[in-house]
Design a protein around this ligand. Structure first.
Ligand code: 3H9
Length: 669
């Protein structure tokens, strides 16, 4: 009997699918003339997992474990024929079958932890019985997706076939007439406590110690001590608890927000132009990072810098990046030579003539940018697209001085450009639809997450970050200290607190930006002078050995500096502010609220079209913990009325210059 799951587009294991499967298995059991069954997916894939849209509601019967029980309890063999992906519940269903056959290229995995849950249909109980505790910890706790050849090596599938999946599955099923091979009957291979501990510690570190990772380890280890039915019951209970947690809800929100973003990005009114050859202007850290990102994605890259030393350093950074990967075994020598065969460098502007896309990543100075764009125009092909990687300069002003501003736009990468997922695509007044569509397709090809921003100071991310930083400075003035704010945010899930980040980026950069904007600052607005005082004292952060913290040569970590606290206290005193203690909750609440307020401004000002894009930007470019969902998710959880009350309080404590936004826009989809 052939049982086909047909629930496009990804054959999600919805209630109807589970009902259909259970019905078919019972029918198969009841018909004596049928000797074996094959479960297969229609369309491009097997079951890609449970339908996670159902996860915010009570799950309807029959549950997936009931379906898998029916397969195991069936007296005749049931084979799974797999293609596309077999993920989450789809893979768990396959593990409940008597044999598995897969088409070349099929992908397997239990990615539940990435959604804040653990496998809830036996994944943590059957997988270890097959491949052992350590390997299961490695795969389940990272949500790793593996290809068919690795699955075959691990013994997870019986056979790989190049074509005729169903025909080959029927042959396999026929060979199994009269037999059953239940994974539940296997005993988990023995392991040493030291090995399990090492695998667990590694997984916890990688999984940021999140509750679902801890639970997954506990469940997997249960297979060494508990009978399978007991282990399954405990797993299901833990899955149910995690499924209903705010953290899992936030991760589902992020999942669907990203899908929505990519879907929206595909719906553009112009075709992207093909891009093969990229020119990067400027061989600094950013330029070489962009070159690496482009080379790794398969593009031909020329990097140009008129300063010979800067060029040599940039080229060295690119070569060293691949040399380190080669040494650590992450890449083969052949791959490195193939990558570097597409890489060239030059001090001559003539080298950019064959580029389809030219990305400027030079010093942040508008005069320098104007000069560079003039040069680019003189040498680039007339149909090449021109992008600036500026993080805060006015790209309209840059475009206005070019002969064809319709081909100019922003491609704002985040440092390190070869690592960070976020790219802001800045659409200027004259940017053509083709340029935007090409920027998007290019960003996607790099494996990045692009968000579209209007051309305003700070674009999306830095606008929100600036509001958040300002709020942190207010709190310094009112009674908090840098180490306390940094710790509160690190405990919340940020990789680094804002003052440690500021010290790393260099306080002088923001200082010169503030100086350039001083003329526009309203004197009646609240302005915190602490960062300026630090800069006037030569405290520029890590590079000068002092900033918000001290950085003695022999200390790996920032050290709290009592003299900074004196500067802060003097600033409070100068304004007659009576310092008061802050709790971690006070700190985090004020920061999140200030972000929500700024996001509402961005929507009202039409800088970004969808509020959820801001959450995606913060998670992918600013280290906002994904499992918190983002400020928009948090605002929606709080509800419009509570948010309004809290924002009113924030306006009061923030003082003059704080502009409360119309947050209703956050609640529109
Ligand atoms: C689980 O299984 C728990 C178990 O332990 C069971 C416990 C009892 N549900 O990504 P795409 C939608 S947890 C609902 O653009 P691609 C997606 O929103 C689950 N919908 O395509 C989009 O919809 P729309 C474990 C889903 O080809 C459409 O499908 N499984 C789900 O680039 C196409 O998606 C996972 O975590 C879902 N599970 O990639 C797998 N998945 O057209 C997560 C997708 O309306 N999914 N949709 O915008 C993926 O990794 C990718 O979507 C996949 C396809 C590789 C499948």
């Amino acid at each position: 009997m052939i049982i086909t799951v047909d629930n496009p587009p990804i054959n999600a294991g919805s209630t109807e699918v589970r009902q259909g499967l259970l019905h078919a298995i019972h029918e198969f059991q009841d018909k004596a003339q049928l000797k074996a069954a094959v479960i297969i997916g229609a369309g491009s894939t097997f079951i890609a997992g449970s339908d996670i849209k159902e996860f915010s509601l009570p799950l309807a019967e029959p549950h997936l474990p009931t379906v898998i029980n029916a397969i195991e309890n069936c007296s005749k063999p049931i084979i799974c024929a797999l293609h596309g992906v077999a993920l989450g519940g789809g893979f768990e269903l396959a593990l409940g079958c008597d044999a598995r056959i897969a088409l070349t290229g099929t992908v397997f995995g239990l990615p539940e932890v990435t959604l804040g849950i653990i496998p809830g249909a036996g994944g943590t109980q059957r997988l270890p019985r097959f491949i052992g505790v350590e390997k299961s910890i490695e795969l389940i706790c990272a949500g790793t997706r593996i290809k068919a050849d690795e699955a075959l090596q691990l013994g997870l599938i019986n056979q790989i076939v190049k074509d005729d999946l169903i025909g080959n599955a029927i042959v396999l099923a026929t060979s199994m007439f009269g037999s059953k091979k239940r994974i539940r009957e296997l005993t988990t291979p023995k392991s040493t406590a030291a090995n399990i501990l090492a695998a667990s510690n590694k997984a916890l570190k990688l999984g940021k110690n999140r509750p679902q990772v801890q639970k997954a380890i506990e469940m997997i280890c249960n297979t060494l001590i508990l009978p399978i039915d007991e282990g399954l019951a405990i797993e299901r209970e833990a899955f149910e608890k995690l499924r209903l947690s705010t953290e899992a809800k936030a991760l589902r929100y992020q999942f669907f927000a990203e899908r929505k973003l990519f879907k929206g990005l595909g719906a553009h009114d112009a075709e992207a132009k093909p891009i093969n050859q990229i020119a990067v202007i400027g061989a600094g850290t950013m330029g070489s990072g962009i070159a690496i990102a482009c080379l790794s994605a398969g593009y031909g890259v020329v990097i140009l810098d008129q300063n010979v030393n800067a060029l040599a350093n940039g080229v060295k950074r690119v070569e060293q990046f691949y040399a380190v990967r080669l040494k650590s075994g992450k890449i083969s020598a052949e791959k490195v030579s193939e990558l570097l065969s597409r890489f060239s460098h030059s001090v001559q502007w003539g080298s950019i003539v064959s580029a389809d896309l030219i990305i400027e990543a030079v010093f942040e100075d508008i005069t320098v940018k104007h000069e560079v764009f003039q040069k680019i125009e003189a040498y680039a092909r007339a149909d090449a697209l021109l992008a600036s990687n500026t993080s805060y300069l006015d790209i309209d002003a840059i475009a206005a001085k070019t002969a064809n501003p319709s081909r100019v736009f922003g491609l704002h990468f985040f440092s390190p450009a070869q690592v960070m997922k976020l790219i802001e695509i800045v659409r200027c007044k004259a940017t053509s639809a083709v340029a935007v569509a090409t920027g998007l397709s290019f960003a996607k090809h790099l494996g990045k997450t692009p968000v579209i921003s209007a051309n305003v100071f700070g674009f999306i991310g830095n606008r929100i970050y600036t509001a958040y930083r300002r709020q942190c400075e207010f709190m310094l003035e009112e009674g908090a200290y840098p180490e306390q704010i940094d710790k509160a945010l690190e405990d919340y899930g940020f990789a680094m607190g804002p003052f440690a980040v500021a010290d790393m980026s260099g306080l002088d950069i923001a200082w010169s930006m503030r100086q350039s904007q001083a003329i526009n600052r309203k004197p009646e607005h609240r302005y915190v002078t602490i960062p300026d005082t630090l800069c006037l004292a030569g405290r520029f952060g890590r590079k000068s050995g002092f900033g918000y913290y001290q950085y003695p040569e022999d200390a790996g970590k920032p050290i709290v500096d009592p003299s900074v606290n004196l500067i802060i206290e003097a600033a409070s005193q100068a304004k007659g502010i009576e310092r008061k203690p802050f709790t971690t909750v006070d700190i985090v609440d004020r920061i999140i609220l200030s972000m929500i307020n700024e996001i509402a401004h961005l929507i009202v000002d039409k800088v970004v079209s969808d509020p959820t894009d801001c959450d995606i930007a913060l998670v992918n470019g600013y280290g906002f913990p994904r499992w918190r969902g983002g400020p928009v998710f948090i605002a929606r959880e709080l509800g419009i009325d509570t948010l309004k009350v809290q924002l009113k309080q924030l306006a009061v404590v923030s003082g003059p210059g704080f502009l409360a936004a119309n947050t209703d826009v956050i609640f529109r989809d």
